[in-house]
Design a protein around this ligand. Sequence first.
Ligand SMILES: Nc1ncnc2c1ncn2[C@@H]1O[C@H](COP(=O)(O)OP(=O)(O)OP(=O)(O)O)[C@@H](O)[C@H]1O
Ligand SMILES: [Mg+2]
Length: 293
Amino acid sequence: MTIIPTGSRSMSEVTTTPGSTEPVLGSEHELPEEAREIVFEIRNLAVRYGGALAVRDVTLDIAANEITAVIGPSGCGKSTFIRCLNRMNDLVAGATVEGLVRFHGEDLYDQRVDPATVRRRIGMVFQRPNPFPKSIYDNVAYGPRINKMKHNLDETVERALTHAALWDEVKDKLKKSGLALSGGQQQRLCIARALAVQPDVLLMDEPCSALDPIATARIEDLMEDLKREYTIVIVTHNMQQAARVSDRTAFLTTEVDDSGHRSGRLVEFDRTATIFTHPSDPRTEGYITGRFG
Ligand SMILES: Nc1ncnc2c1ncn2[C@@H]1O[C@H](COP(=O)(O)OP(=O)(O)OP(=O)(O)O)[C@@H](O)[C@H]1O
Ligand SMILES: [Mg+2]
């Protein structure tokens, strides 16, 4: 399924600023790059708020069935970046996006793209679990209902809760409020809600920062399972988490220009093992060893 309705002509040349299309190379020790199916091609991405630059120079590829971690100090633009991947910045007043984001080869910012279709295919989970004040069942059924995917709704709900490793804990209380669950369960409920519409991609912005170590470990185990079917991008402040769960890591940092304006930029993107053992930029090494940021 495509995000651009069939029968309409491409306008990508006029709606975006195409950037470099050079491939992004990882370390030489693993699978050749051409063996990876690229889900997102991101070239020279920059975001401004009210004209002020927030983040720039983001060029990287995100591959299918991989977990890509985004790390960097507070304010470097991690959330801003991840929101570009499902057009959430469209909803932020004053935000403008420059550069190119292709999703399965199609320009995500093409004028003909339906943002509702994009957000169905690219789900998002936030820092604080945010269940709706509805039953567990209705939380998970919400997306399928508004997307008119009501066929076999009970099965869809069970499948999503099973995928989110929550089914066994809630199967006897589906009519209870989602807000009555623990924080870790609420976060898995939000993951189930995102999975219920059968997305391709799960974007997670610090999904464990409000959770204890046990709930965090459950979510990390879950991510490992989910990547067999989904492509995951996770923003995290937790270095160990990035090292444990991700296949690739993007490190962003903040720079201050001559006029004192701070903005973020991508410093390095590579296989996670490379980033954590042989980073090529001293700023990356400084950050991951705790000397900076
Ligand atoms: N809605 C907004 N309006 C204006 N400026 C914003 C908005 N959201 C973020 N910014 C600015 O953009 C920059 C990047 O913010 P962002 O939230 O993306 O950083 P972050 O890396 O996610 O930080 P943190 O680790 O603290 O979550 C910051 O300077 C921030 O003040
Ligand atoms: Mg953030």
